[in-house]
Design a protein around this ligand. Structure first.
Ligand code: FAD
Ligand code: NAG
Ligand code: NAG
Ligand code: NAG
Length: 516
């Protein structure tokens, strides 16, 4: 696989005691990077460790690149499926467009676009974390977190007795969209609204599909198969070394009464046959219709839209939140896990440079500056591809504060993309389809000029080419010496630099443009 970098982890001069709340992908990934940086990490996960989610995660090149950087390429190669092309269809099956992930493109991004089962991703990270020395405790449900004493308290054990309390130098909240650590960091519960998005997930063994000649192509190439229905985005891809086909249905404008039946957290215990959701598939592609009988155990997750946080670090700067706890995205979106992996890499790379405990607040300030940099990307109207120019109403709803922060940007990006891909029949939908068609017309990578390239890929390129490790290195070169000079007593949270400009518009995209 491209993008295999040499692993040369830095180790911190002081070993901190770190407690991570939540053992999902964010928690385990962060535990891994912090342990590898020389710290002593315990993960507390409330579930019993026997749940297995077969839903699909898309690992865009920038995420795959970090995983490769962590030395996980061999493990990924066993189960992840490399994606050679995106195929967009009308609901009735008419092909709108094919987007080739040409080898040159992937080479310049230094990693592949891959599909992987949620549970496989978690297992791979789990093994890496355990191997690095992280302690992972299941059946450990955190009841409260205390910013003043930097401690977490577990729920009392079922057999009675005192609840266990753990003290730490640093607490990381990776407890998902309904985070209790976030409540402590923000000082109040962050409530949100159900905004009509419902995501359904179901996975089918390919051995059931191979028998059918219409379904067989879906089992073969690792393509991303997408059907753009009105209010319904239907897409699927292979996972688990091509042994499973995982489908996601993104529904929009779902009435509140319907949404009320489902939860935000991925409740794997409650599954439904596809008919339960009352989607009219009668005019759909024969391939979609033929998949329906296999869709017996569908999981549902509701999107709750919360305000963007001012800060992800507590007042005393010993507690930080990462992953969906810090920035919940539309369930099953394109970048959810990528953002999480990026958080972990950034935190690990910073804490590998810490020299004494008094620097924790400054490291966390640096983390915030890096994770919420000014976004210097293209204006929304030039954004094409998956994320074709949004309608004026959605442009207006982007506040300036949103647009200026990277994580916030990703949050907004997901929602707008989902909306764009579920447009009802009409003018906007036609316009979208013709743009997608243009992608196919110019799809020959080798002969693309810069203007067209930017039109098609500008936005995605920036997304894909952001690399956290480099961001931390740049930051360190600029500000590290200031930090090293800070004294032991200097424990208050002060911004390290007045502002850090991180440009993500350069890098591999330049190289790519010179490919003719
Ligand atoms: C069971 C499950 C299945 C999922 N399946 C998919 C999928 O198929 N496709 C997809 O795109 N995304 C899926 N997701 C979401 C995906 O994991 C996230 O979008 C992304 O990876 C970032 O996750 P996270 O670790 O920040 O949050 P989450 O994945 O929500 O993980 C948070 C973890 O914290 C634990 N936790 C919460 N509160 C406490 C507490 N008080 N004490 C201790 N532990 C606590 C939870 O049990 C959970 O394991 C799933 C999430 C879960 C939990
Ligand atoms: C683990 O939890 C799941 C659901 O929460 C439950 O169905 C299962 O029985 C539990 N397993 C054990 C070993 O307790
Ligand atoms: C969690 O608790 C259940 C029931 O108490 C037990 O069966 C299971 O083995 C525990 N899981 C782990 C990983 O310790
Ligand atoms: C990949 O790019 C997207 C879009 O900007 C971003 O949200 C995500 O954090 C990036 N992921 C990684 C792992 O760099």
């Amino acid at each position: 696989m491209p993008g295999q970098l040499t692993i040369n982890p830095r180790r911190a001069a002081v070993s901190l005691r770190v407690v991570v709340v939540g053992g999902g992908i964010a928690g385990i990934a962060t535990a891994y990077t912090l342990q590898r940086a020389g710290h002593n990490v315990t993960v507390l996960e409330r579930s019993n460790g026997s749940e297995h989610s077969r839903g699909v995660i898309r690992s865009p090149p920038n995420m795959t690149r970090i995983l490769n950087h962590w030395g996980l390429a061999p493990a990924l190669a066993k189960t992840a499926v490399k994606c050679p092309q995106f195929r967009f269809h009308q609901p009735d099956g008419e092909l709108i467009s094919i987007v080739q992930l040409h080898d040159d493109f992937v080479k310049d991004l230094m990693a592949d676009f891959v599909f992987i089962a949620h549970d496989d991703m978690r297992s791979i990270l789990y093994e890496a974390a355990e191997h690095a020395g992280v302690e992972i405790r299941y059946n450990a449900s955190v009841d409260s977190v205390d910013c003043d004493t930097v401690s977490v308290t577990l729920h009392p054990p079922p057999e009675g007795g005192e609840p266990e309390r753990l003290y730490a130098d640093l607490v990381v909240g990776a407890d998902g969209p309904q985070s209790i650590v976030r409540t402590e960091v923000v000082g109040e519960e962050v409530t949100g609204v159900r905004d009509g998005h419902l995501s359904l997930t179901v996975t089918i063994p390919t051995e059931l599909m191979r028998e059918d000649e219409d379904l067989r192509p879906l089992c073969e190439d690792g393509n991303w198969w997408v059907w753009l229905g009105p209010d319904t985005l239907f897409h699927g891809s292979l996972i688990a070394g091509r042994r499973e086909f995982s489908i996601v249905i993104g529904m929009r404008n779902v009435p509140a009464e319907t949404l009320a039946q489902y939860t935000e957290t991925w409740d794997l215990q409650r599954t439904y046959p596809i008919e339960h959701f009352g989607i009219d598939f009668s005019g759909y592609d024969v391939r979609v219709r033929k998949l329906l009988p296999f869709m017996r155990k569908v999981t549902a997750a509701v999107h709750v839209r919360r305000p963007i946080l001012e800060s992800s670090v507590c007042e005393r700067a010993r507690i930080v939140i990462v992953g969906e706890a810090a920035h919940p995205l539309v369930p099953a979106g394109q970048h959810n896990t990528g953002v999480t992996i990026e958080d972990a890499e950034t935190l690990g790379a910073l804490f590998a440079r810490i020299q004494h405990r008094a620097q924790i607040p400054r490291m966390l300030a640096a983390y915030e500056e890096l994770r919420q940099p000014r976004f210097s990307g293209p204006s929304p109207s030039t954004i094409v591809f998956l994320y074709i120019s949004p309608s004026s109403s959605s442009t207006a709803s982007r506040s300036k504060a949103y647009a200026s922060r990277r994580c916030a940007y990703a949050q907004d990006w997901e929602l707008r993309k989902r909306t764009m891909l579920t447009l009802p029949h009409g003018l906007e939908q036609k316009e979208r389809d013709s743009k997608l068609r243009r992608v196919m017309a110019y799809g020959d990578w080798a002969h693309m000029d810069e203007h067209r390239f930017k039109q098609m890929w500008g936005d995605e390129m920036e997304m894909f080419s952001y690399f956290s490790t480099e961001k931390v290195e740049d930051w360190w070169t600029k500000w590290g010496s200031l930090l090293a000079g800070s004294s032991e007593k200097d424990g208050v949270k002060t911004p390290v630099s007045p502002s850090v400009e991180v440009s993500i518009s350069n890098g591999p995209s330049r190289m790519l443009l010179s490919v003719h």
